[in-house]
Design a protein around this ligand. Structure first.
Ligand SMILES: [Zn+2]
Ligand SMILES: [Zn+2]
Length: 385
């Protein structure tokens, strides 16, 4: 059995931990202007963009999402198959096929807003008049922008309930394919954990075969350094299974991290796109610029709704809040509110008293998010049921 030195093994483990750390935490504001921030962009933006541009050029954008997965499986499965028990011979093909099906659905399902479907799209979500305001038109598509939608410059289309543009899928994740995307994260995580456990089991069997004494486990009463050294040897000795075992172990935290992030988004009633908008609100609140009042107190007679711009939606949540942004001073009696944003025009009389109906917002929690129906409600909406 060929052995790697302990130093090589330790170096490998350190490198893997570092890459995982950068991938998961490099986006945090604290690393923004540091080499870690740069490595994070390298890992998530520059390298994937480079590969996908090459992929577009050579194969029309179909290869990247499938290739990594396929290469790994071609290396692993034929090698491991003869040693797998009957149950694994049933589960391995399922574990491989399901993520492929969901990947295919995530790539091919588009969520574009067109002149034909814009009317239906407008009715999916009401405008919250915080992040989304009625009556805005996309300057490229020339269609009204439904609440929660966003124009994607890569897809060159407005996307319904835009979450994010995924460079690995070469498609936007939105209202129609979020369920497949979420399913992909779940099944991919499961497949990686399964692959890691299978790899571990097979390598462990190799070690037992060579170093075990009858029923006594090979690892019984060996030191940590010897344990790691033997494992490094096992990986090097059966490199096809060893490399995939390491790759799975390395990518499991990434897949689980992504899955956890999207579970958090569902819990919070946000899309990835909206998190950036809420972050801006958080900053404005910290700067003391945001004031809140009861809508019913400000508009005694509700303004008539223009059905062509803002059709009635079936969305169950409503709110009685009206938010405005000032220069920091409380709104003076006689101010007016812009209908397209949350900014106000202060009253012309500089000495007018503050409007007592408004109160300064102290935390983001004081703002109601009408897109948040609670975890199960949000999940049902996210998977479009
Ligand atoms: Zn657009
Ligand atoms: Zn896109």
């Amino acid at each position: 059995m060929g052995f790697l030195s302990l130093r090589t093994a330790a170096l490998g483990v350190l490198t893997i931990s570092f890459v995982v750390f950068v991938a998961l935490f490099g986006r945090l504001p604290i690393f923004r202007k540091t080499p870690i921030g740069f490595l994070h962009r390298l890992l998530w933006i520059y390298i994937p963009h480079g590969i996908s541009r090459l992929d577009m050029l050579l194969l029309g954008g179909r290869l990247v999402p499938c290739s990594l997965q396929s290469i790994s499986q071609l290396m692993f499965v034929p090698r491991a198959w003869p040693r797998l028990g009957a149950i694994h011979r049933v589960f391995v093909p399922i574990a491989i096929a399901v993520p492929y099906a969901l990947l295919y659905a995530s790539i091919t399902t588009k969520c574009f807003i067109t002149p034909e479907n814009v009317k239906t799209e407008l009715a999916h979500y009401p405008y919250d008049r915080i992040l989304f305001h009625p009556g805005n038109e996309c300057s490229t598509c020339r269609t009204l922008k439904p609440a929660r939608s966003k124009h994607c410059s890569i897809c060159n289309a407005c996307v319904s309930r835009h979450d994010h543009h995924c460079i690995w899928l070469t498609n936007c994740v939105g209202r129609e394919n979020y369920r497949y995307f979420l399913g992909l994260l779940v099944t991919l995580s499961a497949m990686l954990i399964y692959g890691m456990c299978l790899g571990y089991k097979l390598l462990e069997e190799n070690l037992q075969k060579v170093f075990g004494r009858g029923d006594v486990r090979w690892s019984k009463s060996v030191s940590w350094t010897t344990f790691i050294n033997y494992w490094a040897g096992a990986v090097a000795d059966d490199i096809r299974i060893g490399a995939i075992f390491l790759l799975a172990a390395m990518t499991v935290p990434l897949a689980l991290g992504f899955l956890a992030y999207h579970v958090y988004l569902i819990w919070a009633g946000m899309t990835t796109n909206e998190t950036a908008k809420w972050d801006e609100w958080k900053e404005d609140i910290a700067d003391g610029l945001i004031y809140k009042a009861k809508r019913s107190e400000i508009y005694r007679t509700p303004r008539p709704r223009d059905e062509s711009i803002e059709p009635t939606s079936q969305w169950p949540a409503t709110t009685d809040q009206v938010l405005i942004m000032t220069d920091g001073a409380p709104p003076r009696i006689g101010f007016s509110i812009s209908t397209q944003s949350n900014t106000i025009l202060q009253a012309e009389d500089e000495h007018a008293p503050a409007d007592p109906r408004f109160h300064r917002v102290e935390t983001l929690q004081a703002i109601e998010n009408i897109y948040d129906l609670g975890f199960w409600g949000n999940l049902r909406d996210a998977v479009n049921l």
